[in-house]
Design a protein around this ligand. Structure first.
Ligand SMILES: Cc1cc2nc3c(=O)[nH]c(=O)nc-3n(C[C@H](O)[C@H](O)[C@H](O)COP(=O)(O)O)c2cc1C
Length: 161
């Protein structure tokens, strides 16, 4: 899906449908594209150009990784599928940072991938995210993670003001 033509085709069809539905129901529902953390600089730039061109409402960076570098040698490291949680944090935040530069604030980015504590969420915001999301952290930390992230981000915003 991240290959140029396939992505262009998908976004164009989704955008058309979004517009039709907005007209039919009188309500515009924003649509964000979620991307992988396993992208090189050229792919990141290509995606940034495509989401701008198709007037997407945001980008979610990122999904799980196919890489096993961060867990090499650990039990079950060779299992297939997407890897989430702490091992995806660095890779995911690097993609977010590059995407933020490529988008130059034109579209909001939702930062997700390896947020296990408040400071991780703060780093996503510093890297260019407007919002954060976590999935694996919620499993390991439970609902306390929500208040910890909210407190850390509130303190960060207060320091800025
Ligand atoms: C078991 C599992 C199921 C997931 N299912 C979806 C899904 O259906 N759609 C989606 O966009 N992302 C899905 N994800 C990806 C997460 O939303 C998230 O982007 C990714 O796990 C990285 O964040 P995390 O480190 O906080 O888990 C799933 C992740 C896991 C671990």
């Amino acid at each position: 899906m991240q290959k140029d033509d396939a992505l262009d085709d998908l976004l164009s069809q989704l955008k058309n449908r979004q517009e039709q539905l907005a007209e039919k129901h009188g309500r515009y529902v924003p649509m964000a594209l979620k991307i992988a953390p396993d992208l090189d600089d050229e792919q990141i730039q290509g995606i940034a150009d495509a989401v701008r061109r198709h007037r997407m409402d945001g980008v979610i960076a990122t999904n799980t990784t196919l890489s096993r570098t961060e867990v090499a040698g650990l039990p079950n490291a060779d299992e297939t599928g997407g890897l989430s949680g702490a091992p995806v944090f660095r890779r995911s935040t690097d993609v977010l940072k590059k995407l933020a530069v490529a988008l130059a604030g034109e579209l909001p980015i939702i930062g997700v991938g390896g947020i296990m504590g408040g400071e991780d969420a703060a780093e996503k915001i510093r890297a260019g995210a407007s919002l954060v999301q976590f999935y694996s952290g919620f499993i390991y930390r439970g609902p306390d993670l929500v208040s910890e992230v909210a407190d850390t981000l509130a303190k960060m915003m207060m320091k800025k003001a």
